[in-house]
Design a protein around this ligand. Structure first.
Ligand code: APR
Length: 304
């Protein structure tokens, strides 16, 4: 069977686990590419050794050569240096922007028609930088941040309310960092609005757990940052692109006037599909939510 082709740049913790999920879900043939080509090749071989146990169809190739990525439908960029304890996402800016630039130089000519999903942190800045460098249509270049933040929000809601994650509707938008904006007012658990289920104080605890979710993992691991949930969030977006359901996800997408914000990528509700960001969904935010979203946009712009 012919599968779509997904290249993952950066065969580290996030990239390799994303590859694992894409293969196990029978979504796409995966190419793992890394400057450390032995790492990419070794992990690809290790993953291929799983094939008979897991009975998945796609193949996984490891490489250090962009010619092997040619003709990819989707390129996911996880190459970068992960956040260390005490390090803010913004500290990573300098190192990772050089990496993003070099990745585009290799990946874009090889797959000129691909969709590009950026994952490297600081996510908002990297995605905006990549958009400026790549000169691609806005539908085709976007970032993964909001899906992960939303997954953490849903986990916190599930733990507090006892509702199954599948029965929770919630979104986190804004910046993928301190300026993130969980939307408890619009969230529901088992169909009931969160503000009817929990006190303001309980909701505050949930939003704070969401915002600090990544940092909490960093503190516990001591070396490196979260990777299972980020990898799963990548797979979720790829799945939505390859098998669209019309479901609204939080995507770091280009705004051109939506929410009164212009000329910037940030996490907003959007529908993904075969051509990438099919449309941005404008929720009816109240004044406070809108102010906070616009403040997050300003803080991202200030870093560009
Ligand atoms: N081209 C290709 N791969 C690169 C490049 C480059 N120019 N520079 C670095 N890499 C590779 C590294 O060799 C490493 O294998 O990127 C990989 C990063 O993997 P990890 O260090 O394990 O980092 P990981 O935890 O996977 O996080 C990757 O995702 O969530 C974000 O903040 C995180 O920005 C980080 C990224």
């Amino acid at each position: 069977m012919a599968y779509p082709k997904v290249t993952i740049v950066g065969a580290g913790n996030v990239g390799a686990n994303a590859g694992l999920l894409l293969a196990c879900k029978n979504l796409a043939d995966v190419v793992l590419i890394d400057v450390a080509d032995g790492v990419a090749k070794g992990k690809a071989l290790d993953l291929m050794h799983m094939r008979s146990n897991e009975q998945f169809g796609p193949t996984i190739l490891g490489t250090g050569d962009y010619s092997d990525t040619a003709g990819s439908n989707i390129v996911v960029v996880t190459a970068g240096v992960p956040r260390k304890p005490g390090m803010t996402r913004e500290d990573l800016l300098k190192v990772n922007s050089g990496i993003v630039r070099s990745v585009l130089e290799g990946a874009l000519p090889a797959s000129p028609d691909a969709l590009f999903i950026f994952v490297t942190n600081p996510l908002d800045v990297m995605t905006n930088l990549a958009f400026d460098i790549a000169c691609l249509p806005k539908q085709r270049l976007f970032g993964m941040g909001g899906v992960l933040d939303t997954a953490r929000f849903i986990h916190a809601i599930s733990q507090k309310t006892g509702a199954e994650p599948a029965q929770i509707e919630a979104l986190v938008i804004g910046a993928h960092g301190e300026g993130m904006l969980p939307l408890p007012r619009l969230a529901t658990a088992n169909g009931t609005p969160l503000p009817e289920l929990l006190s303001a104080e309980e909701i505050e605890t949930i939003t704070s757990k969401t915002i600090n979710g990544g940092a909490a993992v960093v503190e516990l691991l001591q070396t490196g940052s979260a990777f299972y949930a980020p990898a799963s969030s990548i797979a979720r977006m790829v799945e939505e692109i390859l098998k669209p359901t019309g479901r609204v996800l939080s995507v770091c997408a280009r705004l051109e006037g939506e929410y009164g914000i212009d000329g910037i990528h940030m996490c907003v509700p959007a529908v993904l599909g075969r051509s990438g960001v099919e449309r941005i969904v404008e929720l009816e935010l109240n004044d406070e939510e809108l102010d906070r979203l616009r403040a997050a946009a300003d803080s991202i712009k200030a870093q560009l």
